[in-house]
Design a protein around this ligand. Structure first.
Ligand SMILES: NC(=O)c1ccc[n+]([C@@H]2O[C@H](COP(=O)([O-])OP(=O)(O)OC[C@H]3O[C@@H](n4cnc5c(N)ncnc54)[C@H](O)[C@@H]3O)[C@@H](O)[C@H]2O)c1
Length: 442
């Protein structure tokens, strides 16, 4: 099938590449010439395990191409996936300017039947807006070509995006047009050969499903963060509590890890956007209001622990920071808690040397130059002459460090651990002052 992907970011590039892997003829469009240039010259603009080889394979096979040419991209695919960004607007609602621009481009140039698929995370009612924008552009040139708009939200996780797309838990398709439904079925059937996991529904329910999923996951995280803070006060250990409740199959173990708050390109903006949508319809989402405010506070939990230890003025103190990306296995720095930790330390006069296994380049681009902030080439180098280590992202490489070496490199054996990577008993035995989240101190 001839498929166009509009927006070649995390979602668009993974979607396009995985669809090409199953034999489709895919053209990926982006308005950012830098990204297309990198892709055309054989690189990829993001870090995502397994993606680069798959892109290469499909480009070589002639099934995957990249362009900045809008007319070419509209002409190419019968199916046009919209996978552009939907960042938060000033009031927290999803900014649909990129989605609308993509829709208008299709309306301006299409000459035959098209299925337009909203893959971006968009508020309920967006498919209607996309439909209206395309219809307006068609009407402006007296064109009566028919088209259908489908909602197909994406559930992939950065860091495991290829695996998630190739072996999805479910594929949600909101469709109200029979031809479009058949086409969507042919695209996705190869991904669910062993048992059918395609859920067909109406368009509005599909749009809401994506927000409901992210809001539920964010809720679990904030719930555990709030309980972790309470456990500290009560002298209980949140790790025991996590296992104790996770073993209940009605609850399960996923997304019950306390930490430094959720970040990334999705949860923060999607929780806010759902609150805004509800407000527009006169409903106050009380649970999500709490989820958001707990998360906001949690992003400063490490700073509070550091202030408790050293006092408000951190002048003259130097911190090693491990982990910059908002989670492991990605270089995504959007809403990364590390940024709040770095700002909090610098604002109080401290200096920081940061290290991340993958996100160094992206972090320098996103954070830019800051007085007092340096970047190290290795976790060890970051530790040199630091007064304490602050762990912000749970990369595997940080899980079993050589604690003797850590002690030798640090000026004092102090660790603030925003991800509970180490056991308090062990840390005590190794001679560290250890500050985890919600753990009982031995
Ligand atoms: N990143 C994730 O983990 C994830 C997961 C599920 C859903 N989503 C959703 O998918 C959407 C895309 O997210 P992302 O992380 O891939 O964003 P991204 O910022 O990585 O990529 C979006 C791309 O769209 C391009 N673009 C913008 N306007 C365009 C236009 N008119 N024509 C062509 N290209 C255009 C941008 O240049 C950019 O490269 C968002 O709505 C997001 O919420 C993201």
């Amino acid at each position: 099938m001839r498929i166009t992907i509009i927006g070649t970011g995390y979602v668009g590039l993974v979607t396009g590449t995985c669809l090409a892997e199953y034999g489709n003829d895919v053209l990926c469009l982006d308005v950012d010439p830098r990204k297309i240039e990198i892709l055309k010259s054989g690189g990829i603009p993001i870090y995502e395990p397994g993606l680069e080889e798959m892109v290469k394979r499909n480009v070589e096979a002639g099934r995957l191409r990249f362009t900045t040419d809008i007319e070419e991209s509209v002409a190419h695919g019968t199916i046009q996936f919209i996978a552009v960004g939907t960042p938060p607007d000033e009031d927290g609602s999803a900014d649909l300017k990129y989605v609308t621009a993509a829709a208008r481009n299709i309306g301006k140039h299409m000459t035959g039947y098209k299925v337009i698929v909203d893959k971006s995370t968009v508020p309920v009612g967006t498919a209607d807006k996309v439909k209206a924008a395309i219809a307006e552009e068609l009407a402006a040139r007296d064109n009566t070509t028919s088209f259908a708009v489908v909602s197909n939200p994406e559930f992939l996780k950065e860091g495991a995006a290829v695996e998630d797309f190739m072996r999805p838990d479910r594929i949600v398709i909101g469709v109200e047009d029979d031809t479009a439904r058949d086409l969507m079925h042919s695209i996705y059937a190869p991904f669910v050969r062993n048992h059918d996991r395609i859920l067909y529904m109406d368009v509005r329910s599909a749009e809401l499903t994506k927000y409901a999923a992210n809001a539920m996951l964010a809720t679990r995280i904030s719930f555990m963060n709030e309980l972790a803070n309470l456990a500290e006060k009560l002298g209980a250990d949140i790790e025991f509590v996590r296992k104790g409740i996770g073993s209940d199959p009605r609850i399960g173990y996923h997304f019950l890890y306390p930490g430094v708050g959720y970040g990334g390109s999705c949860f923060p903006k999607d929780v806010q956007a759902l609150q805004r949508t509800a407000a527009e319809y006169g409903q106050n989402l009380e649970i999500l209001n709490a989820v958001e405010s707990v998360n906001y506070a949690q992003k400063s939990v490490l700073i509070h622990k550091i202030i408790q230890r050293y006092g408000e003025n951190l002048k003259g103190l130097h911190f090693a920071l491990w982990g910059l990306s908002f989670k492991p296995n990605t270089d995504d720095m959007r809403e990364a808690p590390s940024r709040i930790v770095i700002d909090g330390l610098l604002a109080r006069g401290a200096t920081v040397t940061a290290y991340d296994p993958v996100a160094m380049h992206e972090a320098q681009r996103a954070i830019g130059e800051k007085t007092g902030l340096a970047y190290a080439d290795s976790p060890k180098q970051a530790l040199e002459s630091a007064d304490a280590l602050v762990v912000v992202t749970e990369w595997k490489a940080f899980r079993s460090p050589d604690f003797d070496e850590v002690k030798t490199l640090l000026k004092q054996p102090v660790i603030f651990d925003g991800r509970n990577l180490y056991e308090p008993e062990r840390m005590k035995a190794e001679g560290f002052e250890y500050y985890p989240i919600g753990r009982k101190q031995p």
